[in-house]
Design a protein around this ligand. Structure first.
Ligand code: COA
Ligand code: AMP
Length: 626
């Protein structure tokens, strides 16, 4: 039996022993009494009785163990012309001091802190400072608008918000402070204190005494020590899109998270202490949490924080420049970034002159790696290109080619095999397992391994209803697909109304809520349609209220502006069509799946429950013309 098969079998047959052994790589202040507490299904807790501090494991312990002078973080920002390296010692000092500043602002163990920052070192420092205090951070992606920020502030109820004067998107300066001020106006939860990082590119006006300048806040602060927390205490909340407009607050604990991420670095990504790891994502997404910040630092790696784009900063050779300059061993990005590079530099000419001999592997996730992208990247790089599948809820890979454990055969289009700890199954509509090669709901048999979400923030009921009810005893991933005869998983797309736009997970439900509020709109549907660069883009279809006579182009502009203003530019909502009617079932449900299928050029059967088939016939040419 190979190393992968053996590890997988052990993890499923005896998870307690498997994860108990993995937990030895974490520094515990109090060792756990139990590895897995399964006394209250469907809720499971890992490492109960244990105490640790995640920041201690990510920073202090490495300094004590002799890595003080090793680079912990390399901030590479082509948009500001900066490359700056922070050693473990320096980063520990900066984090301890910012933790002291937060404590002076009243932040204590269990309090929430919302972080709305661009890709600057302060984002990493703020996250780790929260972890140091046992406070719970909730990072909000910078591409979201004020309204989305306000919704998250109201749910997390933070004591402090940490933000910056601006972000930089390519050559464009994006003011953050007006968005924050607007969000704080919109939110019903009142935030007493904000810390604002003033960037040289744009000065923000501070609202005193609520706002404090970052530098002032740290100037008077004493460094804070790590606060011991329970393994089961929350480390962070990360909001993600669900089917409805209300985002889901995924809660990650401290103990299981540290154990799982530490294990994944060596076994999935094949990197260890001292190696350089680069996840070209954003700290606002789960990839950024797990593999820009926590995974690499828990492992004693050097992590790269890149403030730039795959193209345009300055060109499509940017990724290769960064990987070569910092001797990156594993690069992780989204397929859309590779497609963007391929589009600008189809022959990979910009690889010339960049020594990528340090690089072992290119890891891709966030959306399915289409075979074209896989073949292109493999050809130009001459390195293994590894697709792997996971989601905000899992926090680390569910299905992957575990390069560190045992490199497996690559089947383009499949993220490969279930990672140890994950009992992946495919169930049919009746809840029964389907034969190999047959599509169904991809589910994970409970208990989920450590590091997965423990619940939704203050909403156990929604957690159970969203994930654990459809197939009792299993976690519903929301993705559909199949497992082939060799045990390879093929993830074919979401079975709900979540879409993936340039690797960003978005809810069409939220977009529909925004559009439906327009006075001219009677009803609407937003679907995700295939896009060559971004994987999917949203397309809106609106039916006007009777008697409304409006210029479709003007309406389109208004709706696009509304979505951009209320959800954010990241929604990339640009296409709207006015249609006479939407196809519905007799019970009034809009047939979004059928619309999506037609728009993508698939042969979709028209359901027998359709109320009026002629509506679909009228819509067909519009859907196909996108
Ligand atoms: N702050 C403010 N605005 C932001 C933002 C941020 N942090 N991130 C994105 N935006 C804006 C962009 O400027 C763009 O605005 P525009 O419509 O005015 O041009 C919009 O949101 C859409 O951004 P994006 O999806 O990034 O598209 P793009 O056209 O700028 O770039 C790619 C296309 C493919 C280069 C880019 O999407 C990319 O690098 N994707 C990688 C995705 C990724 O890392 N995903 C994380 C999962 S691994
Ligand atoms: P997020 O929670 O933002 O990480 O998005 C998770 C969703 O992205 C998954 O549920 C999938 O729909 C999709 N996804 C992520 N990685 C992959 C992949 N490698 N293959 C197919 N879909 C993916």
């Amino acid at each position: 039996m190979g190393a992968y098969a053996a590890a997988y079998e052990r993890s499923i047959a005896d998870p307690t022993r498997f994860w108990g052994l993995a937990a030895r790589d974490v520094r515990w202040l109090v060792p756990p009494d139990r590895v897995l507490d399964d006394g209250a299904p469907p809720f499971y807790r890992w490492f109960t009785g244990g105490e640790l501090n995640t920041c201690d494991n990510a920073l202090d312990r490495h300094v004590e163990e002799g890595r003080g002078e090793q680079p912990a973080l390399i901030y590479d920002s082509p948009v500001t012309g900066t490359v700056r390296t922070y050693s473990y010692r320096e980063l520990t000092e900066l984090v301890a001091r910012f933790a002291g500043a937060l404590r002076d602002l009243g932040v204590d163990r269990g309090d929430r802190v919302v972080i709305y920052l661009p890709m600057i070192p302060e984002a990493v420092i703020a996250m780790l400072a929260c972890a140091r205090l046992g406070a719970v951070h909730s990072v909000v992606f910078g591409g979201f608008a004020a309204n989305e920020l306000a919704v998250r502030i109201d749910d997390a109820r933070p004591k402090v918000v940490v933000s910056a004067s601006c972000g930089i998107e390519g050559s464009r300066i994006v003011p953050y402070k007006p968005l924050l001020d607007q969000a704080l106006e919109l939110a019903s939860h009142k935030v007493d204190r904000c810390v604002i990082r003033q960037r040289p590119q744009l000065h923000a006006d501070l609202v005193r005494p609520r706002d404090t300048d970052w530098d002032e806040a740290v100037a008077g602060a004493e460094p804070a020590e790590c606060v011991p927390v329970a393994a089961t205490d929350p480390l962070y909340i990360l909001y993600t899109s669900g089917t409805t407009g209300r985002p889901k607050g995924v809660v990650r604990d401290n103990g299981g998270h540290a154990v799982a991420l530490r294990w994944s670095m060596e076994n999935v990504y094949g990197v260890g202490p001292g190696d350089v790891f680069w996840a070209a994502s954003d700290v606002g997404w789960v990839v950024g949490h797990s593999y820009i910040v926590y995974g690499p630092l828990l492992t004693g790696c050097t992590t790269v924080l890149y403030e730039g784009k795959p193209v345009g900063t300055p060109d499509a050779g940017a990724f290769w420049r960064v990987a070569a300059q910092h001797r990156v061993k594993a690069l992780f990005t989204a397929p859309t970034a590779i497609r963007a590079i391929k589009k600008e530099d189809p022959e990979g000419a910009l690889l010339a002159g960049h020594d990528l001999s340090s690089m072992d592997t290119l890891f891709l996730a966030g959306e399915r790696t289409d075979p074209d992208t896989y073949h292109w990247a493999t050809r130009v790089l001459g390195k293994p290109v590894v697709d792997h599948w996971w989601q905000t809820e899992s926090g680390w890979p569910i299905v992957a080619n575990p390069r560190g454990l045992e490199p497996m055969e690559i089947k383009p289009g499949s993220p490969s095999v279930p990672v140890p700890g994950y009992d992946v199954r495919v169930l049919g509509p009746d809840g029964a397992p389907v034969p190999p090669g047959t599509d169904g709901d991809i589910v994970l048999r409970l208990p989920l391994p450590p590091g997965n979400l423990s619940t939704l923030w203050q909403d156990d009921e929604r957690f159970v209803e969203s994930y654990l009810t459809r197939h009792p005893g299993h976690y519903l991933t929301g993705d559909g697909g199949r497992i082939d005869e060799d045990g390879y998983v093929w993830v074919m797309g979401r079975t709900d109304d979540v879409i993936n736009v340039a690797g960003h997970r978005l809810s069409t439900g939220t977009m529909e809520e925004v559009i439906a509020a327009h006075p001219a709109v009677a009803e609407c549907a937003v679907i995700g349609v295939a896009d060559e660069l971004k994987g999917q883009v949203p397309r809106g279809f609106v039916v006007l209220k009777s008697g409304v006579d409006t210029d479709p182009a003007a309406l389109r502009d208004e709706l696009v502006a509304m979505v951009r203003g209320q959800i954010g530019p990241v929604a990339a909502f640009k296409e709207v069509a006015v249609v006479p009617a939407l196809p519905k079932t007799r019970s009034g449900k809009i047939l979004r799946g059928v619309m999506r299928g037609i728009a993508d050029g698939r042969d979709v059967p028209v359901p027998s429950t359709i109320e009026d088939p002629s509506v679909l016939d009228d819509l067909r040419p519009i859907l196909r013309s996108g």
